[in-house]
Design a binder for this molecule. Structure first.
Ligand code: 0FX
Length: 245
């Protein structure tokens, strides 16, 4: 029996993977899939409704248990960073919403809209570094001038599902070639994102640069970009585009 652990904080991805497992039942005879969300997830209800229970990969006892019981761990947008002990002792694969090595880390499409580096999704083996490790499968997606962060993110998520549709069985059975990148690329942390959100009303730049900044921070209902008025109150703003057909 092959035991596979899938850890995810993203409902559409989990649901997609669960359907793949159901639809490939013959191929997956002898494979057992367990699904978990990370313990730091503050809104797990939709994941619980899919049958997931929580896991804390920061707990040493849990890591020891995972190493003992599983031969593959898949992170499908897991909120917790896997510890070194875990990635070094069991095959761990990450499904990442960015095109490594460009803009590794937090919210790749936000930074790609601003710095014009390529974006897409990457499925890679995990090592001790964040969003690093040998690449197994990748797909780039375009960014148009009228895209917000949400538009690009939806395109990336679609590409993730396309890759999973094509290669999920290959991932489980280890049927892939590994591509090790020479370049490390660049990394953005949550503090970089927070710094972007705090708008400097005196910032000088082209109108294109300003539009890029604001659309990069426009993502549905999220309150990202803001400027501050008296008494430190924040005024949030976002951009909407209306492209003629
Ligand atoms: O599934 P996911 O893309 O993110 C998850 C984890 O939450 C995250 O910690 C991990 N780094 C990632 C690989 O997997 O969903 P999300 O809702 O956290 O973020 C989706 C997008 O939403 C993000 O790319 C940008 C946007 N967003 C998110 C937050 C939390 C914002 O614009 N503002 C925000 O405050």
């Amino acid at each position: 029996m092959i035991n596979v652990l899938i850890i995810s904080d993203n409902k559409p991805l989990v649901s997609f993977i669960q359907n793949l497992v159901t639809n490939n039942a013959t191929e997956f005879q002898g494979v057992k899939f367990d699904y978990r969300y990370s313990t730091i997830n503050k809104n797990p209800d939709s994941l619980i409704s899919l049958g997931l229970t929580s896991v804390n990969v920061k707990s040493e006892a849990t890591v020891a248990d995972i190493i003992e019981h599983y031969s593959l761990v898949i992170s499908a947008h897991c909120k917790q960073i896997f510890p070194e002990k875990l990635v070094n002792n069991v095959r761990c694969i990450n499904i990442h919403p960015g095109l490594n090595p460009h803009n590794r880390g937090w919210f790749p499409q936000v930074f790609a809209i601003i710095n014009k580096k390529p974006v897409g999704c990457t499925i890679h083996l995990m090592n001790e570094e964040i969003d690093d490790g040998a690449i197994l499968f990748q797909k780039e997606v375009p960014i148009f001038d009228w895209d917000t962060s949400l538009n690009v993110y939806e395109r990336v998520q679609q590409a993730e599902m396309e890759l999973l549709d094509l290669h999920f069985c290959d991932l489980v059975f280890g049927r892939y070639e590994q591509k090790v990148l020479e370049e490390k690329g660049n990394y953005n942390g949550i503090s970089d994102f927070k710094a972007l959100c705090n708008l400097d009303l005196n910032q000088v730049g082209t109108l294109r640069e300003h539009i890029d900044l604001l659309r990069a921070l426009s993502h549905g209902e999220f309150k990202n970009a803001y400027f501050t008025i008296n008494e430190g109150k924040k005024v949030f703003l976002s951009l909407n585009f209306d492209k003629e057909n």
